[in-house]
Design a protein around this ligand. Structure first.
Ligand code: ASP
Length: 437
């Protein structure tokens, strides 16, 4: 049977095989009077059978039609991957930071060179990509997953929380987690609840541009994350990302209060309803802006149980309860991002009552994100309260979703879970409005 090379058609596979091209080969492709040099990428499902895809130096992919008159040759073969690279030398007196890699764009540079379609940068490659980070701490680490964060679920959070606790209990002064940006806020919230009063800093960091792009934000974000671990003096779960478009300022966000607010900008992450916990400049100068817990001695413990039958819904005008009845009646926990102060229409209130009577815990948040829910202002809100739902002040909907999974699994009964939901546990809610947010 003919083996297809990187999902190419049999004729293109034959051609690639005949010139010795493989994953990661640099090709020169001449076709229809034009020539392109770049790294061979896998065949794309949406491109025709006669198209070869290569990644140009600029980072962009082009598809080139291969016809009778085209010529393809190999310019360079991929460098063999170095396995078991010697770890960087340990420097006396520097703190020990453990780097846990989980995948995402921040770890995707190998994808560009080899054409592999998954994040695959090793922990030492990642650490080497940010030499200044190595200057600030002894970095050791492990790759726990190699996935994009849209594929994360509660089991990944559980494994990650257990790994963080293990690293701290084995002597790490702080843990930096490299992570995809899409669902970073959910993971940060999950670790915040699972790790409780963790005695050291746990910092999640990502990148909007992969490491091999000149504009990559990966090295500077990693460096800022390590610097915060080393110099911040604060314990808890945080997210560190660019604060502005340039490489000169970084924000440290509280893990339960952070949201990706832009699809692609380097400063996509923002603290919602609170100020960032700290700001750092490119030289590592730091301004702490919130009090938070100080680093302490002691062990870390991970309480990782999660109730998986929990859902998160966004209310919209005209929401038809019949479309959601099945899901709501099957779920033990339901978070709704309501309109305004935390509202839904009358038909949905009837369904909320039915779900509450069925033993589910229904939690109202607001899709406004900024400000607090308040179910005491309008008749709608009061009806939602009478139906049995609770509201959770200024908690982000996704944080409420993660917390509800955690509260339902760790409480003895629904009333206890309700009490946990309404008690701030990891800086996730407050009933005081700070002047400037
Ligand atoms: N989709 C990617 C992820 O979340 C994007 C990124 O890493 O920034 O893993």
């Amino acid at each position: 049977m003919k083996v297809s090379i990187m999902s190419y058609s049999s004729s293109l596979s034959e051609l690639l095989e005949s010139i010795g091209a493989k994953e990661g080969s640099k090709l020169l492709v001449e076709s229809e009077g034009r020539s392109f040099a770049g790294i061979l990428m896998p065949h794309h499902d949406f491109s025709g059978e006669d198209i070869i895809v290569i990644k140009l130096k600029s980072g962009y992919n082009v598809g080139i039609r291969i016809g009778q008159d085209s010529a393809v040759k190999v310019l360079e073969h991929p460098e063999p991957k170095v396995k078991n690279k010697a770890p960087a030398e340990r420097k006396e007196g520097l703190p020990n930071i453990s780097l846990i890699a989980t995948g995402g764009t921040i770890a995707s540079n190998v994808e560009y060179r080899t054409g592999a379609v998954r994040p695959a940068l090793s922990v030492s490659d990642l650490a080497d990509s940010a030499p200044e980070m190595r200057g600030a701490a002894n970095i050791s680490g492990r790759a726990l997953f190699s996935i994009f964060s849209e594929n994360m679920n509660a089991e990944h959070w559980q494994e990650l929380a257990a790994a963080v606790a293990e690293e701290i209990n084995n002597g790490a002064d702080g843990v930096v987690i490299s992570h995809g940006t899409d669902t970073m806020g959910y993971t940060a919230a999950a670790l915040s609840f699972m790790l409780g009063d963790v005695p050291k800093p746990v910092v999640i960091v990502g990148a909007q541009r992969s490491t091999d792009r000149p504009s990559s934000d990966a090295p500077s974000n990693l460096t800022a994350a390590v610097r915060f671990c080393v110099k911040g003096g604060k314990a808890g779960v945080f997210v560190v990302m660019h604060e502005a478009l340039g490489d000169d300022s970084f924000a440290v966000h509280i893990g339960t209060r952070v949201r990706k607010m832009h699809t692609s900008r380097r400063d996509a992450f923002q603290s919602i309803n609170v100020r960032p916990a700290a700001l750092l400049d490119k030289d590592g100068n730091m301004k702490l802006t919130s009090e938070g817990r100080n680093i302490a001695s002691g062990k870390a413990a991970a309480r990782t149980k999660m109730e998986r039958s929990t859902i998160l819904l966004q209310y919209y005008p005209g929401m038809d309860p019949s479309l959601f009845e099945n899901a709501m009646m099957k779920s033990k926990g339901i978070v709704i991002a309501g309109s305004g102060l935390g509202h839904v229409n009358e038909e949905m209130i009837r369904l909320i009552k039915k779900a509450c009577d069925n033993g589910s815990l229904v939690v109202m948040t607001s899709q406004c994100l900024g400000g607090r829910t308040n179910l005491n202002v309008y008749k709608t809100g009061r009806d939602i309260l009478s139906a049995g739902a609770i509201a959770v002040l200024d908690m982000l909907p996704e944080t409420a979703y993660v917390k509800l999974m955690w509260a339902l699994a760790n409480a003895d009964n629904v009333d206890e879970a309700k009490r946990l939901m309404m008690t701030p546990l990891a800086g996730e809610m407050s009933d005081r409005r700070s002047v400037d947010v």
